[in-house]
Design a protein around this ligand. Structure first.
Ligand code: NAD
Ligand code: UD1
Length: 347
């Protein structure tokens, strides 16, 4: 029998789900989707890459508070205490370091947070008898694939220390599932998350100059950066610019609900792509963001970024069959929601 929400102060009712890194970009949107699906999310975060005010925003969206446990996943005593005070039906593990470039400069920090953080969590789950885990993986585990769209059977290899941590984490979970049927893991390989909750109250908030396309475009649209540098216009793609599978963060959030349901109903573990199956180029994204903000955005062609692949698009058919999950939202909706978020939150 799954735990029902019992601890004092938890206003959201339903099965309790722990969200490590739940105050972050994808975790906060997933907290909304879980609460709307009748679960009681409990956010665990050390706020190394999020602000505590996210919890107030979640309460504004949901009308009820979301429980918070402030601390570090590497702190085993803290984790044990959290699992003593709550009875969780499952865990969704978002907490990680995620900047590819930084991982090249600081590989040990990435291994420690992403891999040691995972083992600390798994040890605590094991001791507490919690057996279901949804894990944030990434299309980065496919390296530079040569099959399009990319199926889950494509070879996995790493091209950065960040990717190495995701690959090692996946492999650990797969080996544990083989070794002990106690465990059930939902490995979700996200393609390119983009956009924000429709309220404009939560969204992606990178520090400094963004590395990724959509937050960079947002800053160009706000006038905080002069133009988009288009990294390469000579790729073998229809307009020569890079093609990616952008997936609306609320669709991605709902994929976690589908994965969780699949684990909780005993249907077993899975490792699936979460994407739309549709590729969009940098120029298409630029045009879509221009429609959202109401003006043509300035851009300049530039050299390719080291390590960038021409095209990365998911084969989403396994998620459709195993999770009954399909994305619903369009590229324009991603850009409109991002624009709403940044205009409501820019100083
Ligand atoms: P994010 O940085 O916004 O969220 C991660 C959260 O984890 C942050 O709130 C941070 O404060 C917290 N955190 C980090 N280290 C922690 C620790 N030691 N203890 C407790 N909390 C800690 O990132 P996100 O974009 O929401 O990504 C969530 C997950 O999805 C990550 O595992 C990331 O690798 C993966 N992912 C993200 C993307 C993407 O484009 N955003 C793509 C593929 C996979
Ligand atoms: C990046 C990460 C990847 C991660 C993914 C999730 C790198 C090398 N890879 O992938 O590990 O899983 O984000 O979101 O960081 N572009 C520009 N100008 C910019 C920024 C980007 O032209 O200022 C182009 C890129 O060349 C690429 C496309 O936009 O063609 C998307 O880039 P980005 O948003 O950084 O995502 P990925 O490179 O797919």
């Amino acid at each position: 029998m799954l735990a029902r929400s019992q601890a004092k102060g938890d206003a959201v009712s339903g099965d309790k789900i722990l969200l490590t890194g739940g105050a972050g970009y994808i975790g906060s949107h997933t907290a909304v989707a879980l609460a709307e699906a009748g679960y009681a999310p409990v956010v665990l975060d050390n706020f190394s890459n999020a602000k505590p005010s996210v919890l107030e925003r979640l309460e504004m969206i949901l009308g009820v508070p979301v429980a918070l446990e402030r601390g570090d996943i590497l702190d085993r005593a803290f984790l044990a205490d959290v699992f003593t005070r709550h009875e969780f039906g499952a865990v969704i593990h978002f907490a990680a370091r995620k900047a590819v470039g930084e991982s090249v400069a600081r590989p040990m920090d990435y291994f420690e947070t992403n891999c040691c953080g995972l083992t600390a969590l798994l040890r605590t789950m094991e001791a507490s008898g919690v057996r279901n885990l949804v894990f944030s993986s990434s299309a980065t585990v496919y390296g530079e694939p040569d099959v399009f769209p990319v199926p889950e059977t494509a070879p996995r290899w790493h091209t950065s220390p960040y990717a190495m941590t995701k690959l090692a984490s996946e492999d650990l979970l797969l080996a544990m599932a083989d070794a002990d049927p106690f465990w059930a893991f939902g490995i979700l390989r996200y393609f390119n998350p983009a956009g924000a909750h429709e309220s404009g109250l939560i969204g992606e908030e990178p520090d400094g100059i963004p590395n990724n396309l959509m937050p960079y475009l947002a800053k160009v649209a706000l006038g905080e950066l002069p133009h988009l540098n288009v990294f390469g216009d000579d790729f073998p793609t229809p307009d020569g610019t890079g093609v990616r599978d952008f997936v609306h963060v609320m669709d991605l959030a709902e994929a976690h609900v589908s994965s969780l349901r699949t684990l909780l109903d005993g249907s077993g573990g899975h490792a699936v792509n979460i994407g739309t199956g549709e590729g969009s180029s940098v120029m298409q994204m630029l045009a879509s963001y221009g429609r959202a903000c109401g003006r043509d955005l300035p851009w300049k062609p530039g050299p390719r970024r080291a390590g960038d692949v021409a095209k990365l698009v998911a084969d989403p058919s396994l998620a459709a069959s195993v999770l009954k999950f399909r994305t619903r939202r369009t590229l324009d909706e991603m850009c409109e929601s991002s624009w709403r978020w940044v205009t409501r939150n820019s100083r």
